[in-house]
Design a binder for this molecule. Structure first.
Ligand SMILES: *Cc1c(COP(=O)(O)O)cnc(C)c1O
Length: 385
């Protein structure tokens, strides 16, 4: 950790999970202890209760706990029969797991460029990407900002496509007043530790109002088993651990308050940075939950700014520096540089600032001061679009 002699301000991490734990340690330890004492480790009472509680939170009927967000996406696609020969549409600017989940089913991800205002799927490019093989659309509520679901659902209904929401960064966000997760056929959430709702390890869930899909998912995650040693299909071992479910049940009670705290920090950043950089502006339909606070440094050197912040003890991230279609893993899809211009441009100018509920507001000011010092000390480059 960096603290120079001239800079006596505290270092600011990108996220601080130890601060979160410190606030609820007694409850978490008690919940984990209870699972340990009862040895109710696999699909136990805590998994069942958490599935119900999280589904209710998402205004959904069913929740099926799984071992990660990637599994949640993959199994949701499988529950709707997506597989080899099929295509699924994925926004080009997302964590690569969205595309990997499609690949895991044997289907092919088709990448669509993003709306530069919201960083989510550009609905105007959607129809052109649909082919006779398209089976599914996976809108991603990236950075905690809901994708524009109504036009997506409308196109999907007309074309007979399945919509699986990737809500891995958007626990609790709302679209036109409704919770994300309740909008498509099914939705995938991740409980990776740094997500808005995070486990003490890996975890995920699929939520849905579709009873048939829920039944398939219960089989798919648990060896295709209807009852012990009776296997209806070739399933997987992708269950949510009871220990993680016990932790998540505690943390779910705090999620709304944590999301409110993120909103306060986003509001403060917006107020302090608005005239210096391109600050994120939520769409009118969106109630975001600020998983990430992503600015654009149009007119300023992004890598220089990131280095400057690092020198002042402020940790930042880039989500994501190399678009999926330019990753070696997806060379086979046949895209090249220039294929998805908005995503490619954005990858060079976005910067994620520290964002977590326990971030002191004085920390937000410290970050803003450091950004201001860098931006005002340098002549502006020609403004990009
Ligand atoms: C985190 C994340 C995933 C994958 O979740 P894991 O639990 O890490 O497998 C998928 N999509 C998005 C957008 C994510 O942020």
């Amino acid at each position: 950790m960096h603290t120079s002699a001239t800079n006596r301000q505290p270092d600011i991490p990108f996220v601080d999970l130890t601060a979160q734990y410190a606030g609820i340690a007694g409850e978490i330890d008690e919940a984990m202890g209870r699972v340990l004492r009862t040895s109710d480790f696999i699909l136990g009472r805590d998994v069942e209760c958490f599935e119900k509680e999280f589904a209710r939170y998402c205004e959904c009927e069913y929740g099926i706990g799984v071992d990660s967000g990637t599994s949640a996406l993959e199994l949701a696609l499988r529950a709707y029969g997506v597989g080899p020969g099929d295509e699924a549409i994925v926004p080009a600017n997302t964590f690569i797991a969205t595309a990997l989940a499609v690949s895991c089913t044997g289907a092919t991800p088709v990448l669509v460029d993003i709306d530069p205002a919201t960083y989510t799927l550009d609905v105007t490019r959607l129809e052109d990407s649909i082919t006779s093989r398209t089976r599914a659309i996976i809108p991603v509520h990236l950075y905690g900002q809901p994708a524009d679901m109504d036009p997506i659902l409308d196109i999907a209904a007309r074309r007979g496509l399945v919509v699986i929401e990737d809500a891995c960064q958007a626990h609790g966000a709302r679209y036109k007043g409704r919770r994300v997760g309740s909008l498509g056929h099914a939705a995938a959430f991740s409980f990776y530790p740094s997500k808005n709702l995070g486990a003490c390890g890996d975890g995920g869930i699929v939520v849905t109002n579709d009873m048939d899909a829920a039944k398939s998912l219960q089989l798919l995650r648990n060896y295709g088993q209807t009852k012990k040693y009776h296997h209806q299909l070739c399933g997987y071992n992708r269950r949510l651990d009871s220990l993680q479910a016990a932790v998540l049940r505690i943390k779910l009670k705090y999620l709304d308050a944590w999301n409110d705290a993120r909103r306060d920090r986003a509001e403060a950043y917006g107020r302090l940075l608005g005239d210096l950089v391109h600050a994120p502006a939520p769409a009118p339909y969106a109630e975001p939950v600020w998983h990430l606070y992503v600015i654009e440094t149009n007119g300023t050197d992004r890598d220089g700014l990131q280095a400057h912040l690092g020198e002042h003890g402020i940790s930042t991230g880039i989500h994501y520096p190399i678009p999926i279609h330019l990753q070696p893993a997806y060379r086979g899809l046949g895209y090249r540089s220039g294929s998805l211009p908005v995503t490619e441009r954005v990858a060079g100018s976005i910067l994620s600032l520290p964002m977590y509920p326990e971030l002191p507001l004085s920390g937000v000011e410290q970050v803003a001061d450091a950004v201001r010092a860098f931006v005002t000390a340098r002549p502006r480059l020609e403004r990009a679009v």
